[in-house]
Design a protein around this ligand. Structure first.
Ligand code: AQP
Length: 352
């Protein structure tokens, strides 16, 4: 099998209300990956955002806000590549080629499309339907080997793997003839896990914490101040039982499980360790400790985000520099794909 260098890619949509789920399930883990010895690319996926209508002025602000969240959380734009998707044309070009590889039946099974399109499927954009194909292009334009995401993205990553494998099979002769061995694309490894792979709504432990939930009390926004965080945690839905002493006791108690998982993720520990400290106690004491921990971590992050957002020129310069570096990886990959597929193209400036 072909060998691929370790490369990490992930993205966040600039669709407003960046929340604790986005932070614990994704951004915090991006920072952890950066500490390892692999190139990391972190993308503000603005082309994904417009699969649902976005106000143009707000979109610009939200692109800068997600970038600010990356930087405030500890992503170093010199070490990692931070950019917005629409500045690198390879994403859209590769997505078209992958549209011709992916099968309709595969996309028809995507649950996120069903959730987001709702009952009025006929009126959903083609972009919303093809979203997972663009996501495969985002990842494979860099031949990324590892993708840290929340659990909700698992199905999309399986589709990325299917597209990579089908492309490698469909074009195996041409891939070998062009000197790329037996596989051009890696079969990407999803990195999903930890106590906060799926952070749930504070109002309903069976629903994902989400940007688009109409209740602001359902989520902790990364820009919430200490008072707002305290209010939301205190109002978070719980059940009448005390916290269990063992993880098995969280089964069938989605709200308790969620709060314990959030605490564990914020503290970089496990549910077991949290219950060793708080098991048997009432929610009120546990919520007090959770407020303290959440404020300690999120208040400085939110303040730094606000400071950075107030300097849009700096953010734009980071994104532009990141886009140039991302393009330097993606453009030659796309050239190689065009050769493999059989297109006649302009001479290659750089090679993979
Ligand atoms: N609740 C969550 N728990 C853990 N991880 C989550 N992620 C999202 N929600 C949770 C992860 O955050 C990353 C960026 O997500 P996104 O912005 O690309 O889109 P999303 O998943 O559509 O976010 P929302 O909040 O759920 O938005 P809406 O309401 O529009 O659907 C991804 O890695 C995702 O897994």
């Amino acid at each position: 099998m072909a060998a691929f260098n370790d490369l990490v890619f992930s993205g966040v949509q600039p669709t407003g209300n960046l929340h604790l789920g986005n932070y614990l399930g994704a951004v915090k883990r991006f920072v952890e990956m950066q500490a390892r010895d692999a190139q990391c690319l972190y993308c503000v996926v603005d082309m994904h955002a417009i699969t649902l209508w976005q106000d143009p002025a707000e979109l610009k602000t939200q692109i800068r806000e997600v970038t600010a969240a990356f930087l405030a959380a500890g992503i170093d734009p010199k070490r990692s590549i931070v950019f917005n998707q629409s500045q690198v044309p390879a994403h859209a070009e590769l997505a078209w080629i992958f549209n011709c590889v992916a099968r309709l039946g595969w996309l028809n099974r995507m649950t996120q499309f069903k959730d987001k399109a709702g009952k009025d499927r006929e009126n959903a954009s083609i972009g919303l339907y093809a979203y997972p194909v663009l996501m495969a292009a985002d990842i494979l334009a860099y031949r990324a080997t590892h993708v840290p995401v929340g659990e909700d993205q698992k199905q999309h990553l399986e589709l990325t793997r299917d597209i990579a494998q089908k492309f490698n099979n469909d074009f195996s002769g041409s891939i070998a003839a062009h000197g790329h061995g037996d596989a051009f694309f890696p079969v990407t490894e999803p990195l999903i896990g930890g106590p906060a792979a799926r952070v749930m709504s504070l109002r309903d432990g069976t629903k994902k914490m989400s940007k688009s939930d109409p209740s602001d009390n359902s989520r902790i926004n990364l820009t919430d101040d200490a008072d707002a965080i305290a209010n939301k945690v205190r109002k978070a839905k719980t059940d009448p039982e005390p916290l269990p002493s063992e993880v098995a006791g969280l089964a069938g108690r989605p709200e308790a499980d969620n709060l314990v998982g959030i605490f564990a993720a914020l503290k970089d520990t496990t549910r077991e360790a949290v219950l060793a400290d708080y098991g048997g106690g009432q929610f009120s004491a546990f919520k007090g400790a959770l407020v303290e921990l959440a404020v300690e971590i999120l208040a400085p992050l939110g303040a730094e985000m606000k400071r950075l957002v107030a300097e849009p020129e700096h953010i734009d310069a980071v994104l532009f520099d990141g886009a140039e570096r991302a393009d330097a990886i993606a453009a030659p990959t796309l050239d190689a794909v065009k050769d493999i597929v059989g297109f006649v193209r302009r001479p290659r400036l750089r090679s993979v």
